[in-house]
Design a binder for this molecule. Structure first.
Ligand SMILES: Cc1cc2nc3c(=O)[nH]c(=O)nc-3n(C[C@H](O)[C@H](O)[C@H](O)COP(=O)(O)O)c2cc1C
Length: 368
């Protein structure tokens, strides 16, 4: 019976363990988590969401305080058009976050950064250019373009000296999105180095609507594989979303995926940046509480609107509300319940190795 460790992800001559920890915004996929994946021969993502805040926390810098000081006069003003990302400081924070992470890297694996297109607010093109360029300057191994079609993102950095040396990948949820990306970037003569296909069971912000249940990751991947064969394209395709056991991963690897990207299982590890109280034993979720409150007010279930809980990154952080993947309810089966009712936090190496060596959909419990 095959295990994930029987497969390898190939980038040219480089061989990697085919497990990628996915980017999770606002420092849930911390450097510590990514460094474990890289040390064990896989790929770990950090995220470039709100990097100035992350840098302040990690390195005691003052990016956020300084910005508040600069715009103090405007705090009570409803018109925020004056407030701009200070691009130089954004570059500085990104280089620091990426640079320090890369310096700490050990082992044969790689560290990538997750770059969400939708994150940009004022001057989106410039902000995106700065974020991607600064990550390359900081020495990142690869950049995963996500949360958007990224039709112009590669062109923004085509003159960067590392444009052809950094690995670039894109996250898509359909062949249609992939085709748009490939067509738009054809003139750059720079194909993506990998394609992550994210199905409807993944965590984070997904490219599916209320009809998500009609989609299935294997079907989307097969469609993309067929297209690539027709076009003679040889780009590693990576499966993401609902890969909960090593055997789930083997299923995708046997069907031709080059690797799997996983995230939800790592949210209950010590290295992950989810606040401890989110991982309490009660399964409490602020979003569901607010939703239930509205349902009580409107028992007919019509016109439900939860105005105080919007799943944007900042709101998520403010309300301790995180969108993990479909199989979050199974996380309790991956650990031991302690006498006080809470669950033992895992370490990332344990979860990584469980993916690597498990068979028969077994989940290895941590040592007691
Ligand atoms: C808490 C959480 C936050 C996430 N945040 C992001 C993000 O900021 N950007 C992104 O592209 N994907 C994000 N994702 C998606 C993951 O990178 C990954 O592709 C997906 O969750 C894999 O499915 P799984 O969680 O079922 O393993 C997030 C996932 C989780 C669980």
């Amino acid at each position: 019976m095959k295990r994930v460790d029987d497969f390898r992800l190939r980038f040219g001559k480089k061989e990697l363990v085919p497990i990628i920890t996915g980017g999770m915004g606002v420092d849930i996929s911390t450097a510590e988590l990514a460094l474990v994946a890289a040390r064990l021969g896989g790929i770990g993502h950090i995220s470039d969401a709100m990097v100035p805040t992350v840098s302040d926390r990690r390195f005691k810098t003052r990016f956020v305080k300084d910005k508040l000081k600069k715009y103090k006069y405007n705090v009570a003003n409803v018109d925020k058009s004056d407030v701009q990302f200070d691009l130089e400081r954004l570059a500085e924070a990104t280089k620091l976050h990426v640079g320090r992470t890369m310096e700490a890297k050990k082992g044969d694996g790689l560290i990538f950064i997750n770059c969400m297109e939708k994150l940009t607010m004022n001057s989106p093109r410039e902000t995106l250019r700065v974020r991607i360029s600064a990550a390359m300057d900081g020495g990142i191994d690869g950049i995963t373009l996500s949360a958007g079609l990224h039709l112009g993102s590669l062109a923004l950095v085509q003159d960067h000296p590392r444009f052809r040396d950094v690995k670039f990948g894109i996250i898509v949820s359909s062949l249609r999105a992939l085709l748009l990306f490939l067509r738009k970037n054809a003139r750059l003569d720079r194909l993506p180095d990998y394609i992550i296909v994210e199905g409807p069971l993944a965590g984070g912000h997904l490219g599916f609507g209320m009809d998500w249940v009609q989609y299935d990751l294997k079907t989307i991947i097969d469609e993309i594989h067929r297209h690539m064969t027709q076009e003679g394209l040889n780009i590693p395709v990576i499966a993401a979303g609902g890969v909960f056991t090593g055997s789930d991963a083997v299923g995708f690897l046997e069907a031709g995926a080059a690797a799997v990207q996983v995230a939800t299982r790592f949210t209950v590890t010590k290295e992950c940046g989810l606040p401890d109280k989110v991982n309490d034993g009660s399964g409490h979720c602020a979003y569901i509480d607010a939703y239930n409150r509205e349902i009580e007010k409107h028992p007919d279930g019509e016109n439900i609107s939860v105005m105080d809980k919007t799943c944007l990154c900042t709101q998520m952080r403010n309300f301790d509300c995180w969108t993990c993947g479909h199989y979050t309810y199974r996380l309790k089966d991956t650990s031991r319940r302690l006498p006080d009712g809470t669950y033992q936090l895992l370490n990332a190496e344990h979860v990584f190795r469980d993916y690597l060596f498990s068979t028969d959909h077994q989940l290895a419990l941590p040592p007691a």
